[in-house]
Design a protein around this ligand. Structure first.
Ligand code: COA
Length: 247
């Protein structure tokens, strides 16, 4: 069970739980994440969703073995299904990041409504370093949220950045001690779940609605290039180097 789902009252908690592989996301895990978000969206009893990783690791991003053996081939691939389910989710999603959030681990946060992190969170988008291009609509949303200069620095160097940088840049809204992070995420979810449902839905729609077409277009343009780049020699070399280091 690499994705676990727990409903308590009106709050759904979705946890990425494959710590032995640093929560690297496989096709099956994207499918489970998309399913849990679709259920959340459809169930009127559920009013807030918290997205968590494991203690000390949010996610190392896409499973690199999967990138080599089962790469996404188009918009019907599980990773797109997950990103679209998250981008189109009509209800609040709160993410809490403890430890590393690599690649899609950071770009998925751009689609969450509230993002908080622990003081030991480390974010990175090493797409270019791997021969890839930004995904998850990050080429559009990241400059919008953190400004073009910071977005370029994070995307072009691939360097990781701290929770404090993420806070200063507006990517996240709070930093907590690691052992207090999840409780704070649940508390935020409970606060949100207690608000009038229709006003909450309309608020999210007002904030996200105007960008929906832009996000879809970015997902699609990035996705085409990303899929092409997965078989580029420089990308294969970067993946082989990661796999060999581990063997
Ligand atoms: N895909 C597949 N397996 C991964 C993985 C990934 N993205 N990230 C980590 N793992 C696996 C490692 O292969 C290793 O497996 P093993 O124990 O069977 O050898 C295990 O998880 C532990 O990883 P390790 O690298 O030893 O942990 P670490 O604490 O030293 O480093 C990270 C953690 C996240 C910094 C590092 O694993 C990393 O950089 N991962 C790749 C991130 C990445 O490039 N993702 C793709 C972005 S598009």
């Amino acid at each position: 069970m690499s994705i676990t789902v727990e409903d308590r009252g009106a709050v759904r908690t979705v946890r990425i739980a494959r710590p032995e592989k640093k929560n690297a996301l496989t096709l099956a895990m994207y499918e489970s994440l998309a399913k849990s978000l679709a259920e959340y969206s459809a169930n009127p009893e559920l009013r807030a969703c918290v997205l968590l990783g494991s203690p000390g690791i949010f996610t190392a991003g896409n499973d690199i073995g999967d990138f080599m053996q089962n790469p996404p081939t188009g918009e019907d691939s599980p990773v797109f299904g997950f990103l679209i389910a998250l981008a189109d989710c009509p209800k609040p999603v709160i993410a809490a990041v403890d430890g590393a959030a690599v690649g899609v681990g950071t770009t998925m946060l751009l689609h969450c409504d509230l993002v908080i992190a622990s003081s030991r969170a480390k974010f990175s988008m090493p797409f270019v370093s791997l021969g890839l291009v930004p995904e998850g609509a990050s080429s559009v949303l990241l400059p919008q949220i953190v400004g073009r200069a910071t977005a370029a620095q994070w995307l072009m160097t691939g360097e990781s950045f701290t929770a404090d940088s993420a806070l200063r840049s507006g990517l996240i809204s709070e930093v907590h001690a690691p052992d207090e992070l999840e409780a704070r995420a649940i508390q935020l979810a409970e606060t949100i779940a207690a608000k009038p449902v229709e006003a909450m839905r309309l608020t999210k729609e007002l904030v996200r609605g105007p960008q929906r077409a832009l996000v879809r277009d970015a997902l699609s343009r990035e996705g085409k290039l990303f899929i092409e780049r997965l078989s580029a020699p420089e990308t294969m070399a970067a993946f082989m180097s990661f796999m060999q280091k581990k063997s």
